[in-house]
Ligand binder design. Sequence first.
Ligand code: TMP
Length: 216
Amino acid sequence: MAFFITIEGIEGCGKSTQIGHLARHLADRGEQTLTTREPGGCPIADEIRTILLHPGNAAMAPRAELLLYAAARAQHVDEVVRPALSQGTTVLCDRFTDATLAYQGYGRGLDIDLINRLNLIAADGLTPDLTLLLEMPVEEGLFRARRRNTDSAEVDEGRFEAESLAFHRKVRDGYLQLAAREERFKIIDARGDIDAVAEKIRRTVDDFLRSAPGNV
Ligand code: TMP
């Protein structure tokens, strides 16, 4: 049985590291798994990612930003996510529709109902089976994200890290509101030791797989 698992959280919460750990754990369990991310995951969406995250594009209108995320998602769903799921591969995706609600909705203040409708179109109705929300204070996440961006080649992807603390607080609160509303969310305390966080994630995913319909 293939599942669609997404990982969400504020900047610097450790998603990329943790998704790697989780992919190895699922492979050890014998699950066929594909790891991907948004925006991106295929060449056309990767090109859109470059436009979206480049710090030089500070003048981008919020509606243009919203539509570019949607365009990247539509391509990624059709080219990568759906085909993998239909071949029985579990998909681990670093961000998905909830990121658009948190960032463009709660963060930028665009209309939530409009984003829900757009998400439905972009994702072609696909919703995650399980969403892991990696939770930590905004100050801690941003400190980690900004250090990473100055240390690495990701220096060209800093448009969102440059946003104010107030913006990131709205994003975090948005994620928490989404998590409170839908049962597919599991909140993971992502502060502290990487291995301890990885263990919490493994336990959560193992519990999910044990009780998932089709796996009982
Ligand atoms: P990443 O740094 O986790 O790869 O995500 C890229 C950035 O894009 C991050 O700042 C969050 C932002 N983002 C949105 O604003 N809306 C979205 O729909 C997605 C998928 C990401």
